[in-house]
Design a protein around this ligand. Structure first.
Ligand code: DX5
Ligand code: ZN
Length: 227
């Protein structure tokens, strides 16, 4: 993975057909996805339950781009090796998930993955001020995590502050939640380079009509080109 700040679109397979992940992943990659975003939820840190390491390992067989795994679980540390073994390229943990995020980020890199740190909407940018040399990605949540299809919460001020704090470090700013052709240009103008989108990519399409995924991805990309 080489670092660049070009806009990358990372469809969240939370909005895919849960009975058909392999074909769904191949379809979004064929249709222009840059990364594949995998939302892991534990029914404890967030009020929803998705999948764990064995499923993520099975997804890996279909991902040819970058597997971006977003952990919405607590605690994180006992599961880090399992996600490395499952083949995550990037493993993101929430700053709110426990008292030792610094140790968690060290452990993620120590296990051979890129380390991400996510911020809930209520958490200020300053929460990562002392973590930027340990992180490869900061994920700014623009919804309260747990579900796809929620309304975008404007965090452009936080994104701007992070962009300033990051300076010339090779740290991506990812935005997750309610990203669509209307909101994408706003977050890109503020400094984001990775756009997670679930509903806005999968809506109206299916593995049998994958061109719709392609036009949805293209619409987000075109909107950001103008930003
Ligand atoms: C929210 C997840 C997101 C979400 C994005 O808890 O982390 O990745 O599913 O979905 P949309 O794009 O539908 O808001
Ligand atoms: Zn996510």
């Amino acid at each position: 993975m080489t670092f660049d700040r070009r806009v990358k679109i990372a469809p969240s397979i939370l909005s895919a057909d849960f009975a058909d992940f392999g074909r769904e992943i191949r379809a979004i990659e064929d249709q222009g996805a840059d990364w594949v975003h995998v939302d892991v939820m534990d029914n404890h840190f967030v009020p929803n339950l998705t999948f764990g390491p064995p499923a993520v390992k099975a997804f890996r067989r279909h991902v040819t781009t970058v597997m971006d795994v977003h952990l919405m679980i607590a605690p994180v540390d006992p599961s880090i090796d399992a996600y490395a073994e499952a083949g995550a390229d990037i493993l993101t943990a929430h700053v709110e998930a426990g008292p030792h995020i610094h140790r968690t980020l060290q452990a993620i890199r120590g296990a051979g993955m890129k380390a991400g740190v996510a911020l809930n909407p209520g958490t200020p940018a300053e929460a990562v001020a002392h973590l930027l040399d340990l992180a490869d990605l900061v994920c700014v949540m623009t919804v309260n995590p747990g579900f796809g299809g929620q309304k975008f919460i404007d965090m452009t001020g936080k994104i701007r502050a992070l962009r300033e704090m990051i300076g010339d470090r090779e740290v991506h700013i990812e935005v997750d939640g309610g990203v669509d052709p209307d909101t994408a240009p706003r977050v890109v103008a503020a400094g984001a380079d990775v756009l997670v989108a679930g509903s806005a990519v999968f809506r109206g399409g299916s593995v049998d009509v994958p061109e719709v995924y392609g036009s949805n991805i293209a619409a987000i990309r075109a909107a950001t080109d103008a930003a």
